[in-house]
Design a binder for this molecule. Structure first.
Ligand code: NAD
Ligand code: LMR
Length: 337
């Protein structure tokens, strides 16, 4: 193995998702079995001990692909030479906090991190934001990194995509691996639109399979509107209620999937979902970071532009994009972008 290590910066590395991510990255699950990695762990001072503990365990795991671990509370050090940045650390909503307060607090994190990426990262830097509100945090980081192409800033909706696959697989009694063509549109929030209109299972159209299982098109449509869509869109809240804290392992796994496909290509897996900079595809407002149907080729996400959008889908997409536009206005009025 003679390849130059890829430098991966993980913010919030001492937190829950960080802990679930580090070992999978070091094992090669994210970048493949031939790519060595250097890990840069960024934490705030209170989180440094937890990150140090994780680094001790990384050493004890003796991963052949792990060439170096750096731990710091200085964004300039963390992002120096970074090829990939996984922005996980964020300010959670506290009791009594208004949305504006949350956006302001996160602007204080993602603005400086965007500037540090602009200043110190490698030319091929690719960023995925996991910390919530992920789409708008990604917009803040992108807006503060004027020298980095906008298409290098993304937000995670792969978790929503995977949740949709899990629900469909259960409803159709079909292996997840046979499902293709599911799309998450819009924001990583309860307004997102999980869309199966163009999905297939084992090559057969999902809407027809659902209708066959559920006794007709009306029953299938009711299941989609009343159960599937809200279940996927509110799954984060369901996990919080059942587990007592927000999703961790599934969020880390989706982050690995997102970066894996971005760097290595979606290939035979076909299209997936990622929140990327909008250039107005499908009538989505330009300059928000919205989830789209995408493929990845040669290290770049491309929106799959050939899908028909019916009136129902149009309303759902527009509602979620309207929320993204609102969030953009809010951070603009706070001077964060
Ligand atoms: P956590 O509280 O366990 O960990 C967050 C870590 O970030 C903490 O260790 C904290 O010290 C650190 N941190 C805070 N500010 C930082 C900063 N400025 N720089 C570096 N580190 C900083 O939380 P978690 O469970 O790991 O979740 C992290 C984030 O991911 C939350 O915002 C959560 O809502 C979000 N999340 C997103 C998705 C998604 O699909 N997009 C899914 C699950 C969770
Ligand atoms: C999730 O989708 O699991 C999280 O974004 C939920 C949350 O609010 O942390």
């Amino acid at each position: 193995m003679s390849r130059t290590p890829v430098t991966v910066t993980i913010t919030g590395a001492g937190g829950q998702i960080g802990y679930a991510l580090l070992f999978r990255i070091a094992s090669g699950a994210m970048l493949g079995p031939d790519t060595p990695v250097r890990l840069h762990l960024l934490e705030i001072p209170q989180g440094l001990r937890a990150a140090e503990g994780a680094a001790l365990e990384l050493q004890d795991s003796a991963f052949p692909l792990l060439s170096h671990v750096e731990i710091t509370d200085d964004p300039a050090v963390a992002f120096r030479g970074a090829n990939l940045a996984l922005l996980v650390g964020a300010r959670p909503r506290a009791a009594g906090m208004e949305r504006g307060d949350l956006l302001q607090a996160n602007g204080g994190i993602f603005g400086p991190q965007g500037r540090a990426i602009n200043e110190h990262a490698a030319d091929d830097i690719r960023v995925v934001v996991v910390g919530n509100p992920a789409n708008t945090n990604a917009l803040i980081a992108a807006s503060n990194a004027p020298d980095v192409p906008k298409d290098r800033f993304t937000a995670l909706t792969r978790l929503d995509h995977n949740r949709a696959l899990g629900q469909l697989a259960a409803a159709l009694q079909s292996p997840v691996g046979e499902l293709r063509g599911v799309t998450i549109w819009g924001n990583h929030s309860a307004t997102q639109f999980p869309d199966v209109a163009h999905a297939t299972a084992g090559g057969d159209p999902v809407p027809a399979l659902l209708a066959a299982r559920m006794g007709g098109t009306d029953a299938a449509r009711s299941w989609l509107e009343d159960q599937f869509i809200p279940r996927v869109a509110k799954r984060g809240a369901e996990i919080i209620e059942v587990r007592g804290s927000s999703s961790v392992a599934s969020a880390a796994s989706a982050t690995i999937d997102h970066v894996h496909d971005w760097v290595l290509g979606t290939g035979d897996g076909g299209r997936t979902s990622a929140a990327i900079w909008s250039n107005g595809e499908y009538g989505v407002a330009e300059g928000v970071i919205s989830s789209f149907p995408v493929v990845a080729e040669d290290g770049a996400w491309k929106v799959v532009e050939s899908l028909d959008v019916d009136e129902f889908a149009r309303r759902r997409i527009d509602a979620s994009v309207a929320e993204l536009v609102d969030e953009r206005e809010a951070v603009r009025s706070l001077g964060l972008i």
